[in-house]
Design a protein around this ligand. Structure first.
Ligand SMILES: [Cu+2]
Length: 456
């Protein structure tokens, strides 16, 4: 991590905006640390203030703060950033402190926070604090609750964190552009009582989406529904970090949706309880079990589970186009079409012509297709048994025995105990029972007796 000490020393108070900072005019602006790697950073144990179990931001980090006369002070810098969405692809986005999404802000119920926001974008901005109970004039809606933050200026937001929970921040200025460019971040307010809803591991990420033409770097900002990169924290599979969990841990996952469609997020291997929304904690008596949780637009959800089943458990959006990257979404359906003769004719004219999709599209997971620069394959990634044929919103929850308490390193692939992996049948295949429909009169099919299947 590097800091902006140099920038701050050079620019000093000259950058501060008007009368808004009079209350803190004599104090220097706090440092604005930046993060330059997209790797998941270890949780930031609170160096001062009340104790809490810090969160882990997938492919992200928590912003350090300083205490100043009872105020917790943060400094966010809105600025253009370069984000690696997965190895092999860089996006030119807008974000905060070197990354999109911006750093996670963590504080404790009852904290008085002062957040400095410096605008280094080419246009004005604001920040809205989604879900936080605060004075109307601190709500960050440009034109409604405050003047926009002009280019080069710093504004100050001050409020008390009245309740604990799961929140986020994003601009409320030229919103269509600034959200499409990746400006957003996570806010976690920990309960005053560290034993309230206590968990051992607490993961957070924002669900976002981009429309970046293959071969280009900058998102198209006017796209309404037809995005081609469905991401978590501006990362796509295989760039999304695994959620590494110690067997026996109580685990929470918090997600916020800042795209323009819903995302049914599905976790394999477990059922879980829905325990928090951006409105607050769900009382125990009202928590409900799920294996898929639909996250509406502009909403946050948290779920919890006891990590009792070791394994590599897929964790993904259940909209199948959201687990695909760019390229190929407009390929026509060719399943069942015998185009061998046709292909030969085309190859005479176009020697590189490639037939796609005749037997489904699984071939694309292995195919070495020529791609434009800075473009990810549509289906990619390799697991212990071969190509995963995924992209977009896909990761793996890796539950392992014997990890250290604070160990979030990728433990590699799960070693399945002998006899617990699906295997090829080498005997005589059992006949699948069929029931004849009326139109199949004349074909007599009887279901086999229970217990009589396939044992010879
Ligand atoms: Cu989705």
């Amino acid at each position: 991590m590097s800091t902006r000490r140099h920038f701050l020393r050079a620019s000093g108070a000259a950058l501060l905006g008007s009368a808004l900072v009079s209350k803190v005019a004599q104090a220097a602006v706090p440092e604005a640390p930046i993060q330059t790697t997209p790797d998941t950073q270890p949780p930031l144990a609170p160096p001062d203030g009340r104790h809490y179990q810090p969160v882990v931001t997938l492919n992200g980090w928590t912003l350090p703060w300083r205490m100043n006369n009872g105020w917790k002070e943060f400094h966010l810098i809105a600025e253009p950033v370069r984000r690696q969405m997965a190895p092999g692809m860089i996006a030119h986005l807008w974000g905060y402190n070197g990354q999109s999404p911006g750093p996670t802000l963590e504080c404790v119920e009852g904290d008085k926070v002062r957040i400095f926001v410096t605008n280094k974008l080419p246009e004005h901005t604001t920040i809205h604090w989604h879900g936080i109970l605060l004075p109307s004039g601190m709500d960050g809606v440009g034109g409604l609750s405050q003047p926009q933050i002009p280019v080069g200026k710093t504004f100050v937001y001050e409020f008390e964190m009245k309740k604990s929970g799961t929140f986020m921040y994003h601009p409320h200025a030229d919103e269509m552009v600034q959200m499409a460019m990746g400006m957003m971040g996570f806010i976690v307010v920990h309960p005053k009582n560290p034993n309230f809803m206590r968990v051992d591991r607490d993961f957070v990420f924002l669900i976002n989406a981009y429309d970046i033409d293959p071969g280009s770097f900058t998102p198209k900002i006017a796209t309404m529904t037809d995005f081609n990169l469905w991401s978590w924290n501006s990362r796509v599979f295989p760039g999304i970090a695994p959620l590494v969990v110690r067997k026996g841990d109580r685990v929470r996952v918090r997600m916020g949706n800042l795209t323009m469609t819903n995302h049914p997020i599905h976790m394999h291997g477990y059922d879980f309880a829905v325990t928090c929304t951006d409105g607050g904690w769900v009382p125990k008596s009202a928590q409900w079990p799920e294996v898929t949780i639909d996250i509406p637009v502009g909403a946050m959800r948290a779920f919890e589970f006891d990590a009792i089943y070791p394994g590599d458990w897929a964790f993904h959006c259940h909209k199948s186009h959201h687990t695909m990257n760019a390229m190929g979404h407009n390929v026509p359906t060719m399943i069942g079409v015998d185009h061998r003769g046709l292909a030969q004719k085309i190859i005479n004219l176009v020697p590189d012509y490639m037939v796609m999709g005749e037997r489904g599209m699984a071939d694309m997971g292995e195919m070495e297709m020529p791609l434009p620069d800075n473009t990810l394959p549509m289906m990619t990634g390799t697991g212990p048994f071969g190509p995963l044929e995924m992209g977009g919103m896909f990761s793996v929850v890796k539950v392992r025995e014997g990890l250290a308490r604070n160990d979030y390193k990728d433990p590699g692939w799960y070693k399945n105990p002998p006899g617990t992996v699906a295997y090829e049948w080498t005997g005589t295949a059992p006949q699948a029972p069929r029931i004849a429909g009326a139109h199949e009169a004349g074909v007599t099919v009887r279901a086999r007796k229970p217990g009589g299947h396939g044992r010879h």
